[in-house]
Design a protein. Structure first.
Length: 179
């Protein structure tokens, strides 16, 4: 049990040191990535578990209707499809927004790291190598974190968007219209 505790403590120290290395911008990036992946997991679970139940309920309601061919029935069908499409893709636009924000936050970290380097140069002339290295590290780490968050989110959001569109298309095909 002590090795597990030691491992957790070492992991905590490594994460803490990494966050301190990147500065306050890295903490914002970590929060954005955490929110991004929370939304991605929520949407994936919804599409896999809850959406099929909703589809079955709506299809049963549709098939219980006597009228499937009138103008009104067509509008009701369009409304049902629209509602399902809205439910299926509910947080995908927000996920895509977070994906777009991550590299911008990385760029902000780069700029703050470079400003730190210039401050060192302005104060000490040629600057000390250690002080300049801290600024370079801050610039590099935040850029990397922003890009990693964005790239992972791009793949996940495109998979979710395709899955949602596919489910809506299948739902559309299941709601038959009588001519």
């Amino acid at each position: 049990m002590t090795t597990a505790v030691a491992f957790l403590f070492e992991s905590y120290v490594a994460v803490r040191d990494f966050l301190e290395l990147g500065g306050p911008v890295l903490k914002v990036i970590v929060v954005a990535i955490f929110l991004l992946w929370t939304l991605i997991l929520e949407r994936g679970i919804y599409l896999r578990r809850r959406l099929p139940v909703v589809v079955r309920e709506v299809v049963a309601t549709w098939e219980a209707r006597e009228d499937h061919g009138s103008w009104r029935a067509q509008r009701i069908r369009e409304m049902l499809i629209s509602r399902l499409a809205e439910d299926a893709g509910m947080s995908i636009p927000f996920i895509k927004t977070l994906v777009a924000i991550c590299p911008l936050l990385g760029l902000l970290g780069t700029v703050t790291g470079m400003i730190e380097i210039f401050d060192v140069l302005a104060i000490s002339g040629s600057g000390t190598a250690r002080s300049m290295a801290d600024g370079v590290a801050r610039a590099t780490v935040t850029t990397m974190a922003g890009m990693v968050g964005a790239l992972s989110g791009v793949f996940a959001s495109s998979i979710l968007a395709r899955a949602a569109a596919r489910e809506v298309q299948k739902f559309d095909e299941r709601l038959r219209l009588d001519s």
